[in-house]
Design a protein around this ligand. Structure first.
Ligand SMILES: *[C@@H]1O[C@H](CO)[C@@H](O)[C@H](O)[C@H]1NC(C)=O
Ligand SMILES: *[C@@H]1O[C@H](CO)[C@@H](O)[C@H](O)[C@H]1NC(C)=O
Ligand SMILES: *[C@@H]1O[C@H](CO)[C@@H](O)[C@H](O)[C@H]1NC(C)=O
Ligand SMILES: *[C@@H]1O[C@H](CO)[C@@H](O)[C@H](O)[C@H]1NC(C)=O
Ligand SMILES: *[C@@H]1O[C@H](CO)[C@@H](O)[C@H](O)[C@H]1NC(C)=O
Length: 593
């Protein structure tokens, strides 16, 4: 239970009478509308009128601009407030809705027979969750709910093709869910894949042996160009000689979805083979919103994430968050099995904690155009809160280069264009692309990269990105948005990862491998800062695009083709294939000390 049930005062006078729905609640304006049913989904039939679900109403955060200003100040190494992260209470004060917004939304609920006293509130009151029937929701939002089926995962959801709000509410309500965001735990893309027939190794004692003593790139064994193990990454990213010293405070969090479970026996097998000094250490599983922990069903993504975060950050404590769906329903043909949406549950759970891990990695995403702008903005703003609290948030950049499939727009015109990924495109996260090979590392061809159509380019990357665009000239003109937030920010190895799954070593690829790798290096930097009595790094981007630049190995070759093009090309400086490059822990340590 993470929403605090709030006692709603001051509503008693409303409870006595039930006014008819007044004119102003019928005066609708469209909030968000799709032209076509989102790709991958099909209409199954009308939603049962008496089916009930939890409606989440995101209220406009009255002082959100102040929160963003504070985020940038505490994250900018040149600012006097650097490192002075905000407490949960300080963040809550900045994101609280205006009292007028609360009043209006409560009277709107009341007009439909819903008592605000039966709602749950986020700690700062910016999210109201209330159980409604389909019939009620349809009247409130001037819409029609249907059951849709995801062809591949056979997931059933109730969603709408569009929804409206009374015009008086538009300036007070940021988003209502579930409505037009079709993403679910099962339909989201995990950014990893097992490579059949790729070489695997059973142990790397030889590799690890070569690396005892201070490492340098010259000693990275050649086997690392075809099989990646923690020893390879520790050598490549220069962490081998660092001994964590703040393991009583520092925590690395892995966000898991899709009913993916991290397996403890597989982790021990992995340690025995690839990180012998870590044998017998494990991780904590935190189950969010009914998330499972089925130890008989190891997940590729979950095992990859935890084996590599621990393989590099050991003995730093790691937490695996298993985020589940809503309470189980007795599902039949017509009943949706799942109404909840992935990010909101996890984010609201984390933000309600008093202390949170200093580093997080997540390896899931969607095509940005499939996430409604209002929903994407609300989720992205929640990441800003995590950054303000002092956490570094890493996301994989996606595995389709500049875009997968036919790359058609979903605005009704079927225009060909690059398809950026969300949350990779959110300016408040640090997005990790992929590399391959050693001496030198080059961009891996699937490395997701591009420019957001939702979020404008933030100041921290304006110089880096305009330098790139000038060099790019007219290449790919019209296929991407030159004013959008550009990603990835950084990169790390993304192919040939040796992962133990069900007792067997498999070769796994994807920027899903890159994000936990990069996160583990950041977690070690956080350990260093904490062990010096300093604050954690928090939101990384203002640092890495300024004083942090010399701490990266610039990746200068490779492309990320997609959408029938060669995509972008990695070159000197920032590029939308590998960002600023891969981390050199030793150099970054010197820069952040
Ligand atoms: C909303 O979707 C319905 C179909 O479900 C359609 O008839 C209606 O025209 C749509 N409204 C808007 C504003 O797109
Ligand atoms: C791990 O635990 C087992 C059983 O308790 C013990 O026999 C073994 O020595 C331990 N190994 C390490 C490396 O700590
Ligand atoms: C766009 O393309 C999709 C799939 O290729 C097709 O189903 C749809 O009818 C097209 N829409 C338009 C407006 O051409
Ligand atoms: C391009 O990105 C900006 C944000 O920088 C956005 O406002 C605009 O709508 C985008 N253009 C298109 C065609 O998506
Ligand atoms: C690794 O880090 C050390 C500092 O710990 C630094 O002196 C060295 O240059 C780094 N090695 C490489 C190859 O970048």
């Amino acid at each position: 239970m993470f929403w605090s049930s709030a006692l709603i005062l001051g509503l008693a006078h409303l409870a006595a009478s039930k006014p008819l729905v007044s004119k102003r609640w019928d005066d609708f304006g469209v909030k968000h509308a799709w032209v076509d049913v989102p790709r991958g989904w099909e209409l199954h039939g009308p939603a049962p009128a008496d089916y009930t679900f939890d409606m989440r109403i995101g209220l406009k955060q009255d002082r959100f601009d102040d929160l963003v200003a504070a985020l940038y100040e505490v994250s900018d190494p040149a600012h006097e407030r650097y490192g002075q992260h905000l407490s949960k209470e300080e963040v809550a004060a900045l994101i609280a809705p205006h009292p007028d917004s609360v009043d209006l939304v409560e009277s709107w609920l009341h007009a439909y027979g819903l008592s605000a006293a039966n709602s749950e509130r986020s700690p700062s009151g910016d999210w109201i969750t209330i159980r409604v029937s389909v019939a009620q929701a349809e009247k409130m939002l001037g819409t029609k709910y249907n059951v849709f089926r995801h062809s591949k995962s056979e997931d059933y959801v109730i969603r709408t093709m569009n929804y409206s709000l009374p015009n008086v509410l538009h300036e007070h309500v940021a988003v209502v869910a579930p409505t037009t965001y079709f993403g679910t735990m099962k339909s989201m893309k995990a950014t990893s894949f097992v490579k059949e027939n790729a070489p695997t190794i059973e142990s790397d004692v030889d590799v690890a042996h070569l690396l005892t003593g201070p490492s340098s790139l010259a000693t990275v064994p050649s086997s690392c160009s075809s099989t990646i193990t923690p020893a390879c990454l520790r050598a490549l990213y220069n962490t081998s000689s660092y001994v964590p010293a703040a393991t009583d405070k520092n925590i690395l969090g892995v966000a898991g979805y899709l009913d993916e479970f991290a397996n403890r026996a597989d982790l021990q097998t992995f340690f025995k083979r690839f990180r012998t000094d870590a044998v017998n250490s494990s991780f904590t599983t935190v189950q969010v919103n009914g998330g499972g922990d089925d130890q008989s069903d190891p997940g590729v993504e979950a095992n990859l994430d935890i084996q590599y975060t621990e393989g590099i950050s050991f003995p730093t404590p790691n937490i695996y968050y298993s985020t589940g769906g809503s309470p189980p329903f007795n599902s039949d043909e017509n009943t949706p099995t799942n109404t909840n949406e992935p990010y909101l549950d996890w984010l609201n759970f984390i933000l309600a904690q008093d202390t949170i891990p200093q580093t997080f990695t997540t390896s899931y995403g969607d095509d940005e155009q499939t996430v409604p702008l209002d929903y994407a903005t609300s989720v992205c703003n929640l990441f800003a809160q995590l950054g303000a609290r002092g956490s570094s948030i890493l996301f994989s950049s996606g595995d389709d280069g500049v875009g997968g499939g036919d790359c058609l727009s979903n605005d009704g015109t079927n225009t060909t264009k690059f398809l950026p990924n969300f949350p990779a495109s959110c300016p408040f996260v640090t997005t990790v692309g992929g590399t391959i090979r050693i001496n030198p590392e080059v961009a891996v061809s699937f490395s997701g990269g591009g420019f957001s159509n939702y979020f404008a380019r933030p100041d921290y990357q304006s110089t880096a990105v305009s330098t790139f665009l000038t060099k790019l000239g007219s290449t790919n003109k019209g296929l991407f948005n030159t004013t959008g937030r550009a990603y990835p920010d950084v990169a790390a190895q993304g192919e040939n990862f040796q992962v133990v799954i069900g007792g067997r070593v498999e070769s796994v690829a994807g920027t899903s491998a890159s994000s936990p790798t990069f996160a583990a290096v950041i977690s070690l930097l956080n350990d260093f800062r904490l062990s010096q009595g300093k604050s954690p790094l928090g939101f990384l981007n203002p640092l890495i695009y300024s004083t942090g630049v010399p701490g990266f190995n610039d990746i200068t070759s490779g492309t990320n083709p997609g959408c029938g093009t060669n995509g972008f090309t990695a070159g000197a400086g920032w590029d939308p294939v590998t960002g600023l490059g891969t981390p050199d822990f030793g150099k970054l340590q010197a820069l952040i000390g």
